[in-house]
Design a protein around this ligand. Structure first.
Ligand code: FEO
Length: 412
C-alpha cells in the first residue's frame, strides 16, 4: 500500500486486514483498514498504529522504510486509543527500540503498562494540553472518553487543522489506491457510508451519547481534515462524516430511517410461512424492508440493519419453552448495543407450550430497550389462513406506526 501525504507534513500509513472476525466477533466481508499517521515538525510523531496479527506490523515498518524514516527518528508515539487494533504493533516496536516517549491519556498510560509492560517515558495528557513538534506544528489534545474506550483522546494539528480521532468517524472497508474522499466517486462514497454504518452499529453504537458529547466538545475547533484510524480520510468534506455520525448516534434512541428489519428463524418452516405475508403488509405502506434469517445471517449485518430501522419484526418459534436460542442471543446483543425505542411486532409457532414471547419480553425489559410491540400472533403448529392474514395486517399496522413516528421526528 502506498504511503501518501494527507497534507503538508502529515503522512498516512495503513494496513488492510481481511478474513478475520473483528474484535473476535464481527465479520468484515469487505475488510478493514487500520490507519497510522506520521506528523512531522522538527520532531516526528507517529499517531496510532496497526494490530499485531500475522505480520501486519511489518507493513508499517516497510512503509516507514519507503518514506526513509528510521524508527529511531520517531520522537513520540501518540496512542489516542489503546485497543490493540491500533496499539498491537507497539509490542514489536519495543523490540526495535525502547526509549520512546509515549503520549496518551492518564487512563491510556495504565493500559500501555498492562498490555505492553512498558515502563519507559509515558506522558499523560488532558484536554487542552499541547505538544510542540517545531516548525509551527503544535498538537492539541482532547479527551473523548468512550469513543470507543474510556481512555480515548483525539489529536488535533493546529497548523493544518487536521483532526486525528482514531475510532471516531471511522468505517469498515479495506482501502485501495484511493484513500481520500476527494478521490472517490459517488458510488465509492456510498460504499464507505454503508461500511461506516455497519462499523458504527457493531463497534461504537453503545457509546452514542459519548459520540454526541465528543462532537460537542470539538465543535469550536476549525476542522479542515479528518484522518481517522479506520477508513477514508475526509479532506474535501469532513462535515459529511461528522453529520453521518450525529445521525448514527441519533438512531440509538430512534427514530432511524423509515425502514423495518425482519429478523426470523424457523425450525420446520411453520414460523417461516408468516414471512411473505408480513413483508407484503409492510410493503403495502411503502416502507423499505430488510430480511435476515437466523442463525445464517451474520450478526454484524443484522445489527446494522436494525440500527438503521425504526421498526423490527421478530419472528421465531418456541424452543425448549423459550425463544429459539439464536434469536434470543441476537436480541440480547441488540439490547447491549442500545438499539432502543423501536416499533415492533412478533409472531411465531409453538408445539406443546409457548415461551418465546415470554422470553422476548424478559430480554427487552432487562435491557431497557423500550420496544413498542403490537399484539403478537402465536400459533400452535402451522399457521392457519386467518393467522397469516392477521400477520399481514400487523405488518401493515407496523409500517404505518413507523412512518408516522419518522414523520413526527424533528430531524425528518
Ligand atoms: Fe479501532 Fe476501538 O479500536
Amino acid at each position: 500500500m502506498k504511503t501518501t501525504e494527507v497534507t503538508e507534513g502529515i503522512f498516512r500509513l495503513s494496513a488492510n486486514v481481511e478474513d478475520i472476525l473483528f474484535e473476535g466477533i464481527w465479520p468484515i466481508p469487505n475488510g478493514v483498514s487500520m490507519n497510522s499517521y506520521i506528523v512531522k515538525g522538527t520532531k516526528a510523531a507517529i499517531v496510532d498504529g496497526v494490530c499485531d496479527w500475522d505480520g501486519v506490523p511489518q507493513t508499517l515498518y516497510d512503509q516507514l522504510d519507503r518514506m526513509q524514516i528510521d524508527i529511531n527518528d520517531l520522537d513520540y508515539v501518540i496512542m489516542n486509543h489503546l485497543e490493540p487494533d491500533h496499539s498491537g504493533w507497539f509490542r514489536s516496536f519495543l523490540q526495535l527500540r525502547s526509549d520512546v516517549t509515549v503520549i496518551t491519556s492518564e487512563k491510556g498510560a495504565e493500559l500501555v503498562k498492562h498490555f505492553y509492560g512498558y515502563e519507559g517515558d509515558i506522558r499523560a495528557v488532558k484536554t487542552g494540553d499541547t505538544l510542540d513538534l517545531g516548525e509551527g506544528r503544535v498538537l492539541l489534545f482532547a479527551e473523548i472518553p468512550n469513543v470507543h474506550w474510556p481512555e480515548t483522546i483525539a489529536t488535533y494539528d493546529t497548523k493544518s487543522k487536521t483532526l486525528l480521532p482514531c475510532d471516531a468517524f471511522g468505517s469498515f472497508g479495506s482501502i485501495g489506491e484511493k484513500m481520500y474522499d476527494d478521490q472517490l466517486d459517488e458510488q465509492e462514497l456510498a460504499f464507505f457510508e454503508q461500511e461506516a454504518t455497519r462499523y458504527y452499529a457493531n463497534i461504537v453504537g453503545p457509546f452514542s451519547a459519548f459520540v454526541q458529547r465528543a462532537i460537542d466538545k470539538l465543535k469550536d475547533i476549525e476542522i479542515k481534515i479528518i484522518a481517522p484510524g479506520h477508513g477514508i480520510v475526509w479532506r474535501r468534506n469532513p462535515a459529511k462524516i461528522v453529520g453521518d455520525y450525529i445521525r448514527y448516534a441519533s438512531y440509538s434512541k430512534g427514530p432511524a430511517k423509515t425502514d423495518v428489519t425482519v429478523l426470523y428463524a424457523s425450525m420446520y418452516g411453520m414460523t417461516a410461512r408468516g414471512i411473505d405475508p408480513v413483508i407484503e403488509g409492510l410493503r403495502s405502506e411503502g416502507v423499505t424492508v430488510h430480511v435476515h434469517r437466523l442463525p445464517e445471517a451474520p450478526w454484524g449485518d443484522a445489527l446494522a440493519s436494525v440500527w438503521q430501522s425504526s421498526g423490527v419484526v421478530v419472528a421465531a418459534p418456541t424452543y425448549e419453552y423459550k425463544m429459539f436460542p439464536p434469536m434470543a442471543a441476537l436480541l440480547e446483543e441488540l439490547g447491549r448495543k442500545k438499539a432502543l425505542n423501536r416499533k415492533a411486532f412478533s409472531f411465531g409457532s409453538y408445539g406443546w407450550s409457548g415461551g418465546a414471547q415470554k422470553e422476548l419480553a424478559e430480554i427487552t425489559e432487562r435491557n431497557r430497550m423500550n420496544w413498542d410491540f403490537l399484539e403478537p400472533v402465536e400459533f400452535r403448529g402451522a399457521p392457519t389462513s386467518e393467522h397469516l392474514e392477521l400477520i399481514r395486517q400487523r405488518g401493515k399496522e407496523l409500517a404505518v406506526k413507523v412512518t408516522e413516528w419518522v414523520a413526527a421526528s424533528p430531524a425528518s
